[in-house]
Design a protein around this ligand. Structure first.
Ligand code: SAH
Ligand code: ZN
Ligand code: ZN
Ligand code: ZN
Ligand code: ZN
Length: 410
């Protein structure tokens, strides 16, 4: 559980604190709730113990993996999407009415192609990197001298790294379906918000992995679910650094409008201009139907900006900035940086002393730049129209960030 706080209506006083599940924000999925100043009645404790015992699986990870290997080597195996399990040819009849996909040892090396991405609930929806994005990320890891990657919530990156064979990888993810495809040496069921590895075997594999070579050459790569609590994630990353014995490179994937939140919680990271694209997200892609200015999701990195090498001609190295930026991101000599964050064109406003979106105009009455139809200080007040808030790309239902990103005024 994590300790949360219910903000009161005016948001001024500290609200009442409570414990709730660290992994699922959906109360339907995990209904645990306890006010901090209350005690759980003995009867409730008993019920939760019982439930936890009922959910502990009959087979260990190793047993599930070994069984899957046997099924796959037998030939004619299928992956049953209803039962979320590999099915041997001999049991095919029992799954006749279920959707299945053919599976063999080769396809089992890329489970994210075989499994249906999780979409059902807020906490574990899976958005998989596009092939181009995976290639760029692998290149960035290479340029940063990374030899081992702790993949937190990045199953597709993990399977790419293991197939490519240039870098070693350990996947830590909440999705237990991967147990059939990866042995305890390369995967463990894990909760990134309280750094909890579910099995002792997984914990051993993790320790060996992060401590190898005294922690040198290690990177932690995280693509958290949308709306993730960054305070909790920051604590997890600090714990990993403590346990590996050196400072691993950190890579984090989040939308550009989370930048202030990222910098507040993880001051060692900076936002790169790389637009992270997904296969199964119709807006977060540059393909037809995507956002006009490309995916709003960015890569954040702890390694020096000039090391985050991005492919030409979509990206270019900006010499004065010393970093790779999108080709559409123009350098402003006054701001001394490439100022676009969301991918739209910006222009410099002299009175404001900074770059603003080209759709904004300088308003003398308000003494700032705003959309032409902003509620203006020079006009009657009290009209409650939306002001200069950056237009937020729509997220799929159920993935609203908990807190709206703060509107930035100046
Ligand atoms: N883009 C990544 C997938 C990101 S989707 C890729 O292509 O590899 C987010 C992933 O985080 C999912 O695989 C999901 O199972 C996992 N996840 C969700 N909540 C988690 C948690 N609390 N701890 C660890 N992993 C989590
Ligand atoms: Zn089935
Ligand atoms: Zn620049
Ligand atoms: Zn400027
Ligand atoms: Zn202005």
């Amino acid at each position: 559980m994590l300790l949360f706080e219910k903000a009161d209506d005016c948001g001024s006083k500290a609200g009442r604190q409570f414990y709730a599940c660290a992994a699922c924000r959906d109360r339907k999925q995990c209904a645990f709730f306890l006010w901090r100043d209350e005690r759980l009645p003995a009867e409730k404790v008993r019920q939760w113990r019982q439930r936890a015992a009922g959910e502990s699986r009959a087979a260990s990870h190793r047993q599930r993996y070994d069984r899957a290997r046997t099924i796959l080597s037998g030939g004619g195996a299928q992956y049953c999407l209803t039962c979320t399990a590999l099915v041997p040819a001999s049991a095919a009849a029992e799954h006749r009415s279920h959707p299945t996909r053919p599976a063999d040892t080769e396809s089992a090396r890329r489970p994210t192609q075989l499994l249906r991405p999780r979409a059902c609930n807020k906490s574990s929806a899976q958005y998989l990197f596009s092939p181009d994005t995976v290639t760029v990320l692998d290149g960035v890891l290479g340029a940063a001298g990374v030899r081992r990657v702790l993949c937190c919530g990045t199953p597709r990156l993990h399977e790419h790294l293991l197939s490519a064979g240039q870098r070693d990888s350990l996947l830590l993810d909440l999705d237990e379906r991967f147990e059939e495809f990866w042995p305890p040496e390369t995967f463990s069921v894990y909760n990134m918000f309280n750094h909890h590895l579910i099995s002792e075997e997984g914990h051993r594999a993790y320790r060996e992995f992060v401590q190898r070579d005294g922690g040198r050459g290690l990177a932690v790569f995280v693509d958290p679910p949308f709306g993730a609590r960054l305070e909790a994630l920051a604590l997890t990353l600090r714990t990993i650094a403590d346990e590996c014995g050196s400072q691993p490179a950190v890579f984090l994937v989040l939308p550009y409008f989370n930048e202030p939140d990222v910098l507040r919680n993880l001051p060692g990271l900076h936002m790169t201009d790389f637009r992270v694209e997904y296969d199964n997200h119709n807006k977060y892609t540059s393909a037809a139907g995507g956002r006009k200015f490309g995916s709003p999701v960015r890569l954040f990195a702890s390694v020096a900006p000039q090391l985050v090498t991005l492919p030409e001609p979509t990206y270019r190295l900006c010499a004065p900035c010393g970093r790779w930026v999108h080709a559409d991101n123009r350098h402003c000599d006054r701001c001394r940086s490439c100022t676009s964050k969301d991918g739209r064109p910006y222009r410099h406003c002299a009175p404001c002393g900074r770059c603003v979106k080209v759709t904004w105009q300088h308003c003398a009455a308000c003494d700032r730049c705003a959309l032409p139809d902003h509620p203006c200080a020079g006009q009657d007040r009290g009209v409650n129209r939306a002001v200069s808030a950056p237009t937020q790309p729509k997220r799929p239902a159920g993935h609203q960030p908990k807190k709206k990103p703060k509107r930035r005024r100046k």
